[in-house]
Design a protein around this ligand. Structure first.
Ligand code: ZN
Ligand code: ZN
Length: 366
C-alpha cells in the first residue's frame, strides 16, 4: 500500500494549513485532518457539529482518497444534523462527518481512469449493491442497499474523504470547485426532477419553491427553451427568480396565469403539491422533489388528477443522471450562485440554510 511520503504532492497539497504528522509504530506515517463531526444530533442552533482533528481515513479496495476542495451544503445535511432523517434511511454512524456534494482531488487509490490529481465529484448516492432487483433493471436510485455519502458513510465536511472509485464523477474543467459543489446534489436532483416530470423542450414548467435546486433547474429549463413559472415564498427568492429570467413569479399560494405542462415541487409541503396539481393542464405531471412532506392533504380527484394528470416522487439519483447533468452544466455554462463558508463556520452555513438566508447554495471550503 502506498504511504503518504510516496505521493506526488501537488502545490495545493503542500499548502494545506491544518495538517499534523503523527508517527505511529508499525503503521507508517499517519496524517490528521480537520473535520466537522456530528456525535449527537440536535437543533442546529446548538451548533452540534464540532470541528476537530481526526485521522485521515484509509481508502479500502476499490476506493479513492480525495483531498476535499469544496463541499456543498444541502438541506438534507441539516435534517441529518438535527436528527430529523427518518423513513427508509439506514441508521447513521455514531460519529459522522456529514456533507454529500464533494469536489475532491484523487490523492490515493488512483486508477488508470482516475489518475492522481483527477478532480472528481461525489454525490449523495455513494454506492449500491449492484445486485438487487432495482440495480439490475437500471433503477439504481431505488437500490435496496444503498450507501449514502455523509450519512451511512462519512462525507465531505472535512479535508479528506474516501469514496467508491466507481461512484465518483470526473468534473469538466469548465466548472470551478466552488461552482461544481452545489451541482452534485441540488443540481443533479433538480435535473432528475425535470426528467421525472418528463419535461420536453419549449414547455411551460412550474417550479414551486426556489432554493438551491430550483435556481439550477431554471438554467437547464432555459437551455431547453422552456418558459418557467416560479411560485415561492420570500420576497428575496422571488426577486432572485425574476433576476434569473422566470416568465412569471408569484407567492407559494398563487396560481400561475397559464396552465402548466409540468411542475416540480421543492418545498416539503403537501399544500404546495396540491397547488402545483391545480396549475396543470390535462396530461401534465407534477414531480415531488422532497424526501418528506409534512402531510398530504385531501384533494379533489375529479378536478385535480382526472384527465391523466400524474403525481410522481423523485428518489435519489443514478450515475447516469450525474454524468449527463455535469456534461450539460459545462455545455450551457451553468453558474450557480454560491456563498462560501470556511469549515470552522459549518454550523453557521447550516443555520443560514435553515433560515433560508441565502440565495442559491452554501458551500464549505475546507
Ligand atoms: Zn442533498
Ligand atoms: Zn441495488
Amino acid at each position: 500500500m502506498k504511504r503518504w511520503p510516496d505521493l506526488k504532492l501537488g502545490k495545493t497539497w503542500r499548502n494545506r494549513s491544518a495538517t499534523e504528522v503523527q508517527p505511529k509504530t508499525g503503521t507508517g506515517i499517519h496524517w490528521n485532518m480537520k473535520a466537522a463531526i456530528l456525535s449527537s444530533p440536535s437543533s442546529i442552533l446548538q451548533r452540534p457539529l464540532l470541528v476537530s482533528e481526526v485521522e485521515v481515513p484509509r481508502p479500502g479496495p476499490g476506493q479513492v482518497l480525495l483531498r476535499v476542495r469544496a463541499c456543498g451544503v444541502c438541506r438534507t445535511d441539516l435534517h441529518i444534523v438535527e436528527g430529523e432523517v427518518k423513513g427508509e434511511l439506514p441508521p447513521r454512524q455514531e460519529r459522522l462527518i456529514p456533507g454529500h456534494q464533494i469536489v475532491g482531488e484523487v490523492v490515493e487509490g488512483a486508477t488508470a481512469e482516475l489518475p492522481v490529481g483527477s478532480r472528481v465529484g461525489v454525490c449523495w448516492l455513494g454506492g449500491t449493491d449492484g445486485t438487487c432487483f432495482f440495480c439490475q433493471r437500471g433503477m439504481e436510485n431505488l437500490c435496496d442497499s444503498p450507501t449514502f455519502t455523509g450519512y451511512s458513510v462519512s462525507g465531505g465536511y472535512t479535508e479528506f474523504a474516501v469514496a467508491r472509485a466507481d461512484f465518483v464523477f470526473p468534473l469538466p474543467p469548465a466548472l470551478t470547485d466552488l461552482q461544481a459543489a452545489p451541482l452534485l446534489c441540488a443540481g443533479i436532483i433538480g435535473f432528475r426532477s425535470l426528467r421525472v416530470a418528463g419535461v420536453e423542450p419549449g414547455e411551460r414548467v412550474g417550479l414551486f419553491g426556489f432554493g438551491a435546486s430550483a435556481h439550477l433547474a431554471i438554467s437547464v429549463l432555459h437551455a431547453w427553451k422552456c418558459d418557467v413559472y416560479v411560485a415561492t415564498r420570500g420576497a428575496s427568492h422571488r426577486q432572485f427568480a425574476t433576476s434569473l429570467g422566470a416568465t412569471w413569479v408569484g407567492g407559494e399560494a398563487e396560481k400561475p396565469p397559464v396552465e402548466l405542462d409540468r411542475a416540480v415541487t421543492f418545498a416539503p409541503s403537501g399544500d404546495v403539491v396540491v397547488a402545483a396539481l391545480g396549475s396543470l393542464r390535462k396530461g401534465g405531471v407534477v414531480a415531488i422533489n422532497a424526501i418528506h412532506l409534512d402531510r398530504m392533504p385531501e384533494f379533489d380527484y375529479d378536478r385535480l388528477l382526472w384527465g391523466e394528470r400524474q403525481l410522481r416522487s423523485v428518489a435519489n439519483m443514478t450515475r447516469a443522471d450525474a454524468r449527463d447533468f455535469l456534461q450539460l452544466a459545462a455545455q450551457i455554462g451553468l453558474q450557480p450562485k454560491v456563498t462560501v463558508f470556511p469549515l470552522d463556520q459549518v454550523n453557521d452555513a447550516l443555520i443560514a440554510v435553515k433560515n433560508d438566508a441565502i440565495d442559491g447554495a452554501a458551500v464549505i471550503a475546507p
